[in-house]
Design a protein around this ligand. Structure first.
Ligand code: NAD
Ligand code: TYD
Length: 363
């Protein structure tokens, strides 16, 4: 058997590792079998799900390298010892849904801003320990951010140096979080990098988001609430590619830099829904035009030259990724039906009852 190269960061702390993208990152890293030890810190909010890590838990070799801690990234007492035992921290933890940020912005400030600050302070303490010779090196910090910090991009593509113009409570909180990271690089010389990923899709995606909501509703012949004219444009990135790109930046990114992670698959929402219905063999008549999201960003698009120059390329074509995603939801109904049985009903009523009551044919 060939020897695997030693990982650059043998001990990882992955915060928010029970969510959609974080759990993909953890599953993929464990499956490399390169000896990396992973501690996951996750609050298990409505979006966190231990079932997302079951594949790792079921494999004894991987399970021996995975440790799960339930806790809040804004809780310094929990965070400090975990950061002390890590060579790198990858922060996926966030409140992540724009519609929920419109209903209840405060949770977003606590996790996406204060939580990032607490993680950075713990990294700073470890940097001081490294300076005193109490550990080999300060931990590297990677903040998982989003293209939404650029705001709505009517034409062209966002570059990393562009102004941040977030327009929702979610994207404003994410922008604040990554600006704190930048400030710690500038002020304290913290070894920190930021990624800005585009709209991500794939298995284990919480059914509150467009693609999994429409797949799971369509499977049950339920209405599909399309906001406004449905001509908003998003750039879709497969979850395995997003997680892979984050790992690549963790290992090769320059400290202090921001890296866009585009998907290279810009589509209008309507186009995505047409394709989903074709894959599922369901009729367009399920789609309802509903009241638009307030402040709805019309389009996101990013330039990916910096990440490409770092040597990263996405692998999953959109057509194949969408088909694989539909298959996954068809074959893993227990996973999403359990989610749709919890606090879901309340949320769904708050978000959609009035909208669907006043909906019309989507044309
Ligand atoms: P998600 O909502 O599926 O997962 C978030 C995870 O964080 C959950 O497991 C949740 O329990 C955990 N969490 C929330 N608050 C916490 C806290 N205070 N302490 C500890 N854990 C907490 O989100 P996702 O879609 O996997 O997104 C992960 C990251 O990627 C987020 O930072 C998000 O802003 C960013 N991002 C997401 C997308 C996307 O399209 N999904 C695109 C670009 C960037
Ligand atoms: P979403 O998956 O919430 O991601 P984001 O808002 O972060 O881009 O939404 C993707 C697009 O789909 C966005 O333009 C809003 C739209 N959308 C609907 O039309 N109906 C829905 O029920 C949802 C959740 C989203």
């Amino acid at each position: 058997m060939t020897e695997l190269p030693a990982p650059r960061f043998p001990r990882l702390l992955v915060t928010g590792g029970a969510g959609f993208i974080g759990s993909c990152f953890v599953r993929d890293r464990l499956a490399r079998r390169d000896g990396t030890q992973i501690a996951v810190l996750d609050k298990l909010t409505y979006a966190g799900n231990l079932a997302n890590l079951a594949a790792g838990e079921a494999d004894p070799e991987q399970a021996a390298r995975l440790r799960f801690v339930r806790g809040d990234i804004a809780d310094a007492a929990i965070v400090a010892p975990l950061v002390a035992g890590a060579d790198a921290v990858v922060n996926f933890a966030a409140e992540s849904h724009v519609d929920r940020s419109i209903l209840d912005p405060e949770a977003f400030l606590r996790t996406d801003v204060l939580g990032v600050h607490v993680l950075l302070e713990a990294c700073r303490a470890e940097q001081e320990r490294a300076a005193r010779g109490e550990r080999a090196a300060a931990p590297r910090f990677l903040q998982v951010s989003t293209d939404e910090v650029y705001g709505s991009v009517e034409s062209g593509e966002s570059h990393e140096e562009d102004r941040l113009e977030p327009r929702s409570p979610y994207s404003a909180a994410k922008a604040a979080g990554e600006l704190l990271v930048h400030s710690c690089f500038v002020t304290y010389g913290l070894d920190a990098v930021v990624t800005r990923g585009s709209n991500t899709y794939g298995p284990y995606h919480h059914p509150e988001k467009l693609i999994p909501l429409f797949i799971t509703n369509a499977i049950d012949d339920q209405q599909l609430p399309l906001y406004g004219d449905g001509l908003q444009r998003r750039d879709w990135l497969y979850v395995g590619d997003h997680a892979g790109a984050i790992g690549h930046v963790l290992e090769h990114g320059l400290a202090g830099e921001v890296y866009n992670i585009p998907g290279g698959n810009e589509r209008a929402n309507r186009e995505v829904v047409v394709r989903l219905l074709e894959l599922l063999g369901k009729p367009w008549s399920l789609v309802r035009r509903v009241e638009d999201r307030p402040g709805h960003d019309r389009r996101y698009a990013m330039d990916g030259a910096r990440l490409a120059a770092l040597g990263w390329q996405n692998e999953m074509p959109f057509e194949a990724g969408l088909a694989a995603t539909v298959e996954w939801y068809l074959h893993n109904q227990a996973w999403w039906r359990a989610i749709k049985a919890g606090e879901w009903e309340d949320y769904y009523r708050r978000q959609y009852a009035t909208r669907l009551a006043g909906s019309r044919d989507a044309g």
